[in-house]
Write a protein that binds this ligand. Structure first.
Ligand code: SAH
Length: 566
C-alpha cells in the first residue's frame, strides 16, 4: 500500500478552491499549479505532461483536478512499463466527482473514499469486490502480504458469485468489512506465518511478523535465511527484516543478503549468541533456531522501524544539468528514500519537491567540507542522507569533498556508513549533446576557478592542453570575483588555435531559459559568458555545418590526422 504523500495537480485557477479542500484530507500534500495559469499554488510547474509522468515514475500518488481522459492519455505511455504504480485519481474541478483511475493495489479506492468524504460526494468506485465487501481483499494493509494475486482474484470472484467465507487467524482489518462470513464456509481466508500450500478454496495472507538474526560469518546469508525458514516451516513471505549485531554494521554480505531478500536490515547491540540476538531484537517473542540462525516469530506484523537501528546511508548524487529527463533513475529512487537532503539551496530546490518527513538542510555553496561532515554525522546516526550536486557529483562538486571528510576521519561510525556516489549528466556533456558532438574526440575538462588552486597551474594546464590539440571544456569560466581570468585563458588558447576554431556556449542547459550559442574563438569575448555558462572550445579538427532548422551542428570527428578512407 502506498504510504507517500500525494501530489495535487491543477491546471487552472478555478480548481484551487477544490484543491485546498482536498489538502485538508492530506495536509502534507502540495498543490502543483501550472505556471501562468494558477496564482497561489504551493509549487509551480511548467509542463503538465512532464510533471504528471515524473510524479508517476517517482511513485507519488496523483490527484489531478481535470478530465479523466487527459490523465489517462498523459500516463498511457508509462502504463506498459514495469515499475512504479502509484494511485492516480481524477477529480472534477468543482469537486463534484472523484474518479479512481489507477493503482488498485496502491490503495486508490481508499484515497477516493477519503477525498470524496472530504468533498461530501460519493467516490466513483468501480471495483466490484470492493463495492460489495467494503474492502479490497487483494490489497491488505501494510504489514501483510497476499500470497498470490491471481489466486486472490479468483477467490474474490467466487465470493462475488455468492460463496461465503470464514477467517482463520488474526485479520483485524477485516472486522469492518462486509464479508459474507459463515463459520461453516468452505472457503477460507487464512492469515498466518507458517509455510502452507494454499488449498483451491483458500486465500492466503502472510503477516510480516518474522525477524531472522544473522551473522556476516555465515556464507551465502540469503540462502541460509531461506533454508532456516524452510527448516522451521516459516513462510519466507512473512519475513519482515533481518537483524544482526551492530559490530557487523558495515558488512557487505549482510547488505547484499537483505537486498536479495527484499527486506530491511536492522542492527542491535552484540549478544553472546545468535538466539540472544533475536530475542534482543524482538523481545517477548518465540525464538526458534534452525540451520544455525535464530528466528523470532511474533503474533502480529513487526514494527520494523522500532527494531534496533538501520545502517546509515549517505548518497552523493548528481541531478544532471536540470531537466528531470536527464536525471538517472537511481538518483530519482534515492531522492524518494532520503530522510535528509543537504546541499546548496539552489540545487536542493532543484531536487525537490520533498515530502514533509524529509528534512532539508540548505547551506551556502562555499561550505563544502562542513556540509560533508554534517552529512556523515547524520548518516552515522542511522539517517538516509543525500548530498546534492548539479551535473555529476564527481565533477567539481561534492563527491570529492565527502571522500576527503571521510579520509580525514577516524570515527568508525563514519566509516561504516553505507556510502555511494550516484553519477549525473555533467554540464559539459549536456551542452555538447545539444551542439552535436564537439567532444567527440579527446578532450580536456578544466575549472577556470582559482579559488582552490593557484592561477599559475591553470595557465600551465591550459597551455599544455591547447598545445596538445585537445578540445577544451571550461567549467566556472568567470564570476564577479574572477573577472579577468577568462580573457587571459582565451589568450593562452589563441596561441595554439586559429580564430575560426568553433566555440560552443551553453547557458542554463536543461533549465528554464536555456541558451546555446555557436561562435568562434576569434569572436568570443568574456562578456558573452557568465558563471552559468559552459564553454566548449574545439580542437583543430572540430568543424561545423548548417542544420536544416537554421542552427549549427558542431562536431569533432573520431579520427585524427589523415581522414580514413571508406
Ligand atoms: N558538477 C557540475 C559542475 C559544477 S561547477 C557538473 O557536473 O555539471 C559549476 C559550473 O558548471 C558552472 O560555473 C557552469 O560553468 C557549469 N554548469 C553547471 N550547470 C550548468 C548548466 N545547466 N548549463 C551550463 N553550464 C552549467
Amino acid at each position: 500500500m502506498t504510504q507517500s504523500t500525494p501530489a495535487i495537480v491543477i491546471l487552472g485557477q478555478a480548481s484551487l478552491a477544490t484543491a485546498r479542500r482536498i489538502q485538508q484530507v492530506y495536509p502534507a500534500a502540495q498543490i502543483h499549479g501550472l505556471a501562468g495559469r494558477v496564482e497561489g499554488a504551493d509549487l509551480v510547474y511548467q509542463a503538465f505532461g512532464e510533471t504528471l509522468r515524473e510524479l508517476y515514475q517517482q511513485d507519488t500518488p496523483i490527484i489531478a483536478l481535470c478530465a479523466a481522459g487527459i490523465v489517462i492519455r498523459t500516463l498511457a505511455p508509462l502504463l506498459l512499463e514495469k515499475g512504479a504504480e502509484p494511485a492516480v485519481l481524477a477529480v472534477a474541478e468543482d469537486g463534484s466527482a472523484v474518479v479512481p483511475l489507477l493503482g488498485g493495489l496502491g490503495g486508490v479506492n481508499v484515497m477516493a473514499r477519503d477525498i470524496a468524504a472530504g468533498l461530501q460526494v460519493t467516490a466513483a468506485i468501480t471495483t466490484s469486490g470492493e463495492l460489495r465487501f467494503g474492502t479490497c481483499l487483494l490489497n491488505p494493509p501494510s504489514g501483510y502480504a497476499l500470497a498470490d494475486l491471481e489466486a486472490g482474484k479468483r477467490f474474490v470472484s467466487d465470493l462475488l458469485a455468492g460463496h461465503s467465507v470464514r477467517i482463520e487467524g488474526a485479520a483485524p482489518w477485516l472486522d469492518q468489512a462486509q464479508l459474507p462470513q459463515d463459520p461453516q464456509a468452505q472457503r477460507a481466508i487464512h492469515v498466518g506465518s507458517g509455510v502452507r500450500v494454499a488449498r483451491a478454496d483458500e486465500l492466503l495472507i502472510y503477516p510480516r511478523s518474522v525477524a531472522v538474526a544473522v551473522s556476516a560469518a555465515v556464507d551465502d546469508v540469503a540462502n541460509a535465511v531461506r533454508a532456516s525458514l524452510q527448516q522451521a516451516k516459516v513462510a519466507l513471505q512473512s519475513l519482515a527484516c533481518l537483524v544482526a549485531a551492530d559490530s557487523e554494521i558495515a558488512s557487505a554480505n549482510l547488505r547484499e543478503a537483505a537486498l536479495e531478500l527484499g527486506v530491511p536490515l536492522r542492527f542491535v547491540a552484540a549478544q553472546p549468541d545468535i538466539e540472544a540476538l533475536a530475542r534482543a531484537a524482538v523481545p517477548g517473542t518465540a525464538v526458534v533456531t534452525a540451520n544455525g540462525l535464530a528466528i523470532a516469530v511474533a503474533e502480529q506484523p513487526l514494527q520494523v522501524s522500532s527494531i534496533g537501528r538501520p545502517r546509515g546511508r549517505l548518497a552523493v548524487i548528481g541531478l544532471g544539468p536540470g531537466a528531470a529527463e536527464l536525471m538517472v533513475p537511481a538518483v530519482k529512487a534515492e531522492l524518494a528514500r532520503a530522510t535528509d537532503v543537504l546541499g546548496y539551496e539552489t540545487y536542493v530546490r532543484m531536487a525537490g519537491p520533498f515530502r514533509d518527513d524529509q528534512v532539508q538542510h540548505c547551506t551556502d555553496n562555499r561550505e563544502e567540507m562542513q556540509r560533508a561532515r554534517h552529512a556523515f554525522r547524520l548518516a552515522a546516526a542511522g539517517r538516509s542522507v543525500i548530498v546534492v550536486s548539479s551535473g555529476d557529483p564527481g565533477v567539481f562538486a561534492m563527491a570529492a569533498a565527502v571522500l576527503e571528510a571521510l579520509h580525514e576521519s577516524n570515527d568508525p561510525a563514519w566509516h561504516s556508513v553505507d556510502l555511494e556516489i550516484l553519477p549525473g549528466v555533467s554540464a559539459s556533456l549536456a551542452t555538447a549533446a545539444q551542439a552535436g558532438a564537439p567532444l567527440g574526440h579527446d578532450f580536456c575538462v578544466m575549472s577556470l576557478s582559482d579559488n582552490l588552486k593557484p592561477w599559475s597551474i591553470i595557465e600551465k594546464r591550459l597551455d599544455l592542453a591547447a598545445e596538445a590539440d585537445l578540445a577544451l571544456a571550461f567549467y566556472n569560466p568567470i564570476s564577479r570575483a574572477r573577472p579577468w581570468q577568462l580573457g587571459r585563458a582565451l589568450e593562452i588558447v589563441a596561441r595554439h588555435r586559429v580564430p575560426q576554431t568553433p566555440v560552443v556556449l551553453g547557458r542554463d542547459i536543461g533549465r528554464p531559459g536555456q541558451t546555446l550559442r555557436t561562435t568562434t574563438l576569434g569572436e568570443l569575448t568574456p562578456d558573452q559568458v557568465d558563471m552559468r555558462t559552459m564553454v566548449l572550445i574545439g580542437s583543430s579538427t572540430t568543424c561545423t555545418f548548417a542544420r536544416a532548422d537554421g542552427k549549427t551542428w558542431v562536431y569533432t570527428p573520431r579520427w585524427y590526422g589523415e581522414k580514413p578512407v571508406g
